[in-house]
Design a protein around this ligand. Structure first.
Ligand code: SF4
Length: 217
């Protein structure tokens, strides 16, 4: 399987332009007025990062991970050698659902997207995997990890390198927990160790991808 690193960059950019225009116009789910899909801006992705769903701050569309959870995520990625600007350029940021689902009925945090919304939105991710054919996938959080591994404990997949198959072929996957303050998983010492192991593995993998791209340039 040929990964995005070795395809014509203008072909990939054109396919992503067309895909993102269709995604930005999607209104398949019945959500609140003014709620729009988030859309990744990179046209030269080296990997795909899959989050869960946009938060309140991203409800009108725009860039993914623009709020507090994003600040934590980009701090984590610094440990993997990516500052925010580089991460946004190298990583196509997808999600399980692309529109803000609204507040949680309890008033604490955001509502988890319904199974129907996840099903409605799944085609967008499948299309992106087919277009980009990433060599590396970074699933972030419970819903994204479920998408590739099924309902497994986070501690059994975070901190390890995996191989996953999907609509775009086969990829290495290095999962991360969700950076939202609503998730306490990453605050436990043993889980923190797993998180750091994942970030160190990401650093190694990204460096290997850079070496590979230089050797074919
Ligand atoms: S959540 Fe996904 S499928 Fe639903 S309207 Fe937004 S982009 Fe479309």
């Amino acid at each position: 399987m040929t990964s995005s690193a070795f395809r014509g960059s203008s072909v990939l950019a054109n396919e992503l332009d067309e895909h993102c225009a269709r995604l930005a116009a999607c209104r398949r789910c019945v959500l609140g007025p003014g709620i729009l899909p988030i859309v990744s801006t990179t046209r030269e992705p080296r990997a795909i990062l899959v989050g869960q769903a946009p938060g309140q701050v991203e409800r009108h569309g725009g860039r993914p991970f623009a709020g507090r959870a994003g600040r934590t995520l980009f701090q984590w990625l610094e440990r993997a050698g990516l500052d925010e600007a580089t991460a946004r350029r190298m990583l196509y940021i997808a999600a399980i659902t692309r529109c803000y689902p609204g507040p949680h009925p309890s008033g604490r945090g955001d509502r988890v997207p319904s199974p129907l919304e996840r099903s409605n939105c799944g085609d967008w991710l499948s299309a992106e995997l087919s277009i980009i054919r990433p060599s590396l996938i970074i699933p972030v959080g419970r819903l994204a990890i479920d998408r590739f591994f099924g309902p497994v404990p986070l501690s059994s997949v975070v901190g390890r390198v995996h191989n996953v198959t999907h609509s775009g072929g086969c990829s290495v996957a290095i999962p991360l927990p969700h950076p939202s303050g609503a998730s306490s998983w990453a605050n436990l010492a043993a889980n923190r160790t797993l998180l750091h192991r994942s970030l160190d593995l990401l650093r190694e993998r990204l460096a290997h991808m850079e070496d590979s791209s230089r050797s074919v340039a």
